[in-house]
Design a protein. Structure first.
Length: 510
């Protein structure tokens, strides 16, 4: 007998349909699996055979052949166990009356027949729906993400026996996932800019950065509140659109982190990997490539604290995704793309001890300071649009309560700036000032004769590169948008210059 079951494999963050065919015939008793399989998929044979026996289905002494199609896609991961088990049961005639073709099935099984969660269930179920499948059997632990796909009947199963009961159309009672009962209730309070004392200049820089989606670097002594400020940046970013929420949920589903996020991703992510993070941890990868920190920060903030402590090669891999807003991984068996449209926020001490340029307290030698900041390469620095100094808090600021505006108030202004940019860049393939390509700079950041002369002097005085000069103009464009001014004015240029002067101060002291 022959049977066929629909499942899928994740490539990047997309699900590619896979059919599991099983055939049982008389002949030499053997269990064979074919179809361009990675080693862990070949091992499914042993897991499935034992799991079936422990679920009460001993395999007869017959020839069992399982084929995973299409043959040109390499099958990896452990999500094929359950569909293979079901296809074998179907071919053995144990699922009488079941219409296997109407189901999508995914799940890993343990030797005891229990079903374990797998990664990527959300895009898998979403893809199944597009192919016209309306019933999905998934691991119970993955049920909540599968249920984000509307118009599909989702069954969360704990064991092979559960799946058999559903397929046979027998009475079956769905369980609640163990931990889901008291979660999901009430959103935790987001950190708010109103909590921050003083630091008006840095708060302003944060608002400018978010308004044009510019990358931001904060330099300051320990205790100046750089991390507190960075953590509050997501709270002034405009809310995610519905499609962004879904895309982000898919990334977390593929990462296997969906359960931790308790449902649809409604809040912009804030990721702060430690400086010991590996290149793979940052960009993604692995035998079955999964998204890295920069993709988990998609549509949100990637915060790199203690920037010079990161390894040079770790930082260098950020350059491509910062330009292209996605990360590409090339493997022998194919290339994968993960979205990575994040805002980079970095923080650093001005020197190893943290107190430069306060020469009373700084214990670092001139060359030590140069070595410290020199760990950040010029090309990476050129990709930072706004560089701001976070000064130590003045004494009278220490005892003051949070005195600033709320994040909600700031966000209202940011949303207005985003609206202006969206309008202006209608029909372009970018949507924010930070993304204006070099060839369109003159069109969108036009200057008059006096401004040209001023900028020429700045270009020479700050020894700008072409890239950093363009960054400066884009920031000026954002400052103009924040005042709803169609023209860039002199005061916008001078403020933008301030956000560019620090690299001269810290990186090129004579
Ligand atoms: Zn120092």
């Amino acid at each position: 007998m022959y049977s066929i079951v629909s499942t899928a494999i994740i490539q990047g963050i997309k699900a590619v349909p896979v059919s599991v065919e099983a055939d049982v015939s008389s002949g030499m008793p053997v269990f064979e699996m074919v179809g361009f399989l990675a080693s862990e998929v070949k091992e499914a044979k042993e897991r499935v055979r034992t799991a079936l026996r422990n679920s009460g289905f001993g395999l007869p002494a017959k020839r069992i052949t399982v084929n995973l199609a299409p043959a040109d896609i390499r099958k990896s991961g452990s999500g094929f166990d359950l569909p293979v088990a079901v296809a074998v049961l179907g071919a053995l005639g144990c699922l009488e009356g079941a219409e296997l073709s109407g189901f999508f099935i995914a799940g890993e099984v343990g030797l005891n027949g229990k079903v374990q969660p797998v990664r990527g269930v959300l895009p898998m179920v979403s893809g199944a729906k597009e192919r016209g499948i309306s019933r999905c059997i998934v691991p119970l632990a993955n049920r909540s993400e599968a249920q984000l796909v509307t118009g599909v009947q989702v069954y969360g199963v704990e064991s092979i026996c559960d799946a058999v009961q559903i397929l046979r159309g027998e009475h079956w009672e769905e369980k609640q996932p163990a931990e889901s009962s008291d979660r999901n209730t009430g959103e935790a309070r987001q950190p708010d800019f109103a909590d921050i004392r003083g630091q008006y200049l840095v708060k302003r820089a944060c608002e400018v950065a978010v308004s044009g989606r510019h990358n931001l670097l904060m330099i300051g002594q320990p205790g100046a509140g750089k991390t507190m400020l960075a953590m509050r940046i997501p709270s002034i970013l405009p809310p995610l659109t519905e499609s962004e929420q879904m895309e982000l949920s898919e990334i977390y589903s593929v990462s296997g982190l969906f359960a931790e996020r308790e449902g649809l991703m409604r809040v912009r992510p804030f990721r702060a990997p430690h400086h010991t993070v590996t290149v793979q941890g940052l960009t993604g990868g692995g035998a079955v490539p999964r998204p890295g920190e920069i993709s988990l920060a998609h549509k949100g903030v990637l915060f790199l604290d203690e920037l010079p402590e990161f390894l040079g090669q770790t930082l260098e891999v950020l350059r491509q995704p910062l330009e292209e807003r996605c990360v590409r991984l090339v493997r022998a068996y194919g290339s994968f793309e993960f979205p990575a449209d994040f805002m980079l926020v970095a923080a650093m001490n001005p020197c190893k001890c943290g107190y430069y340029p306060d020469m009373q307290r700084c214990r670092c030698s001139q060359s030590a300071i140069e070595r410290y900041v020199g760990r950040i390469s010029r090309p990476l620095l050129d990709r930072v649009d706004i560089c701001v100094e976070a000064p130590p808090l003045a004494f009278d600021e220490l005892n003051r309560a949070g005195d600033g505006e709320t994040s909600e108030q700031i966000r209202a202004r940011v949303m207005e700036a985003w609206r202006i940019q969206k309008e202006r860049y209608r029909g372009e393939n970018f949507s924010h000032n930070s993304q204006i390509p070099a060839e369109s700079i003159r069109r969108y950041c036009a200057l008059d004769a006096e401004q040209e002369r001023y900028m020429e002097e700045i270009y020479r005085r700050l020894e700008l590169t072409a890239r950093s000069y363009h960054k400066l103009l884009k920031v000026a464009r954002t400052l103009a948008d924040m005042e709803q001014s169609e023209r860039i004015l002199m005061r916008h240029l001078t403020e933008a210059v301030c956000y560019r002067s620090l690299d001269k101060k810290f990186w090129e002291r004579g």
